[in-house]
Design a protein around this ligand. Structure first.
Ligand code: NCD
Length: 309
């Protein structure tokens, strides 16, 4: 199926074949993403970044992707300076951004915001995170990282660790990993486990996820340990956050017995979940993972804009 003009709201919008196509294109674009080769295939194209929530990697890597392909960007990273402050609806803001650009990248605190935006936009809307909902482009770069770092996704033991309740990256990733037939373990304190609806969905897809609460249970068998931040901003009750704030912290000592080839990933930002001493270990893949946001987003942007040369 052609990507031209498509909205990217959920990872469920992509078949396995679609994902493989994007990842293989991302691989070809690597020299341009690194700045070793020049490209202007997106000249005359404008990307609008509408960020109603904080972001470092997602927004900057989307911008870098656009600029590396000769396109231009406009947008905001703080809605405080926009008419949202005066009470403008998201629908109207989207209509305006669609009039001023060729593709919209939206991050919003409300689950379902990207879906709503897509209904009011004549240009493709890419979901860069909607509350505790989905984060499909993070999943594309996560899958790219697993392919590059571990070799393949099929049949690999992948542990998703941390805040599986509110973390949108793991909601999208668990679904995609199931389409790749990875073996999943969900590691979380009982109050932050993967939502039942997600567990049911991956089971219907043929995955038999293990649900555990001790990280020690996965160290020896995992090919990938995907660590996430406890999503403080999404807790209705700050006391509930305090109870789980420091449940997991990966240290070099804990990793004794891990496979040589095991890789630790994290969508970042990390708070305390991974001690900085782990950064020097061969297992640490999270900074490379963040860079891989550039080639995967280049592949996606050029695909939805219908420019494939
Ligand atoms: C994540 C997000 O915004 O969902 N960050 C990212 O996009 N790399 C993870 C997080 O905020 O914990």
């Amino acid at each position: 199926m052609s990507f031209k003009g498509r909205h990217v709201v959920s990872i469920r919008d992509f078949s396995r074949k679609d994902i493989e196509q994007i990842l293989s294109r991302a691989n070809k674009l690597l020299p341009i993403a690194k700045g070793e080769k020049a490209s202007d295939i997106l000249r005359n194209k404008i990307m609008a970044t509408l960020f109603f929530e904080p972001s470092t990697r997602t927004r900057l890597s989307f911008e870098s992707a656009m600029l590396r392909m000769g396109g231009r960007t406009l947008g905001f990273s703080d809605p405080g300076g926009t008419s949202a402050k005066k009470g403008e609806t998201l629908a109207d803001t989207i209509r305006m951004a669609a009039a001023y650009s060729d593709v919209i990248v939206l991050r919003h605190p409300q689950e379902g915001a990207a879906k709503l935006a897509s209904e009011f936009s004549d240009v493709p809307v890419i979901n860069a995170g909607d509350g505790a909902g989905q984060h499909p482009t993070q999943t594309l770069l996560d899958l790219f990282t697993i392919k590059k770092e571990v070799g393949k996704i099929d049949g690999k033991n992948i542990a998703l660790v941390g805040d599986l309740k509110y973390g949108r990256t793991v909601h999208s990733l668990a679904y995609a990993l199931s389409t790749f037939k990875a073996k999943l373990t969900f590691v979380a304190p009982p109050t932050l486990q993967m939502p039942e609806e997600m567990v049911a969905t991956v089971k219907e897809m043929g995955t038999k996820p293990k649900l555990v609460n001790r990280i020690e249970d996965v160290i020896k068998t995992a090919d990938v340990i995907y660590v996430t931040r406890i999503q403080k901003e999404r807790f209705p009750d700050p006391d509930e956050y305090k109870k789980v704030a420091r449940v997991y912290r990966i240290t070099p000592a804990m990793l004794k017995g891990a496979k040589e080839t095991m890789r630790i990933m994290h969508p970042l930002p990390r708070v305390k979940e991974i001690s900085p001493e782990v950064d020097e270990m061969k297992h640490a893949a999270y900074f490379k993972q963040a860079f891989y946001g550039v080639p995967t987003r280049m592949a996606l942007l050029s695909a939805v804009l219908g420019v494939n040369s």
